[in-house]
Write a protein that binds this ligand. Sequence first.
Ligand code: CMC
Length: 417
Amino acid sequence: MKTAKLILDGKEYELPIVVGSEGEVGIDIRGLRSATRAVTLDSGFANSGSCSSEITFIDGEKGILRYRGYPIEQIAENATFTEVAYLLIYGSRPGADELAEFNRKLTYHSLIHEDMKNFFSGFPATAHPMAILSAMVASLSSYYPRSAIDNNELNIIRLLSKARTIAAFSYKKSIGQPFMYPSNELSYTENFLHMMFSVPAEPYRISPVMERALNLLLILHADHEQNCSTSTVRMVGSSEANIFASISAGINALWGPLHGGANQKVIEMLTRIRDDGGNYEKYVDLAKDKDSDFRLMGFGHRVYKNFDPRAKILKAAADEVLEEMGKNDPLLDIAKNLERIALEDDYFVERRLYPNVDFYSGILYRAMGIPTNMFTVMFALGRLPGWIAHWREMRLDPDGRIYRPRQIYTGSTRRDW
Ligand code: CMC
């Protein structure tokens, strides 16, 4: 077995090395504190593996993303979102019968309890749909209490299916339209579009282009290993909090503008640039200016130091979808110019800042008629299978422990009151 050596206060310690299936090397420090009284310090956990996981592999240097071993490009080309959800959660591609059964269950658990509809009236019309989504997902736990892991399997289906209904209802609430109930005739993605855009007087005509684009967007967001929201789900779940409470925490973590909230911020930034006469160079300069807190939203990533493969796929899709729908979005041109200028600029080149998944996703959501404040909700719907897969993996792990990092205390030493 390979080991690493640590010398502390002149004393040598041997630490085991763990090697992942793609050759990633980790120094196992689990015994460090008991042996030395020392802990490691790693703000933002940028170099800390919090768990071993079999779900998603990322090589940020090479721009590689794989779910359960399958390259994201192949999945994006060939799969449906529910197939990907099954793959992520249960570890293998579903056979035709398994997929049909999974889809059937998702269809038959799509309603929310009628009493929950009353919750919506308590929110102001201006409520952010992420606030509604997280509150309602946590509230599901009062209707579907947890017992054994078997019951959690059903709760997984409920969560995947009902979160989509809640998301669409939160939109209807914000525009003052009646809620549209899900239809058992429709697929997972069609049903979402129906609940969002149908009105009682007129069912929404779901175009295949829209459905394909939605599938693609959800698939590309479905998992991204130990990001902020997924780590939050694992953190909360590690205390054995129920699945709804754990996922609701993940939704809140996703909301921030440095994480999933960036997709909303990208469109707000592009709109600001357009309204300011389209002078993108000015904004590239502003992003470089250390005296300003402006950042190019949708740029940079903790893990990718190369193109985010999801951004590449979405850029091509944005072109295709807009063309097929006969739409022209001036924000897409601004985005492309911004990307071109930034990628030639030393500041971005040296720091290896590339467009991330949030840079082009908003252009697609806009083309689909999804309002800007719903973008992060769309990210959450896509990320659900990933959060669930990690929550489940953690709960089934016999070596799982409650998450409880250490700290280096830098406050006052003892003083008298
Ligand atoms: N615009 C301008 N400068 C940037 C940007 C940006 N978007 N991102 C990073 N930098 C600079 C940063 O100022 C720092 O410069 P210096 O070394 O001179 O201090 C350097 O690049 C490294 O940045 P960092 O903040 O230390 O990197 P991080 O890994 O802690 O943060 C990030 C990653 C995604 C939070 C950050 O790149 C960012 O704020 N990007 C904009 C928000 C965004 O698009 N978020 C979505 C992320 S992808 C989807 C998701 O996972 O949710």
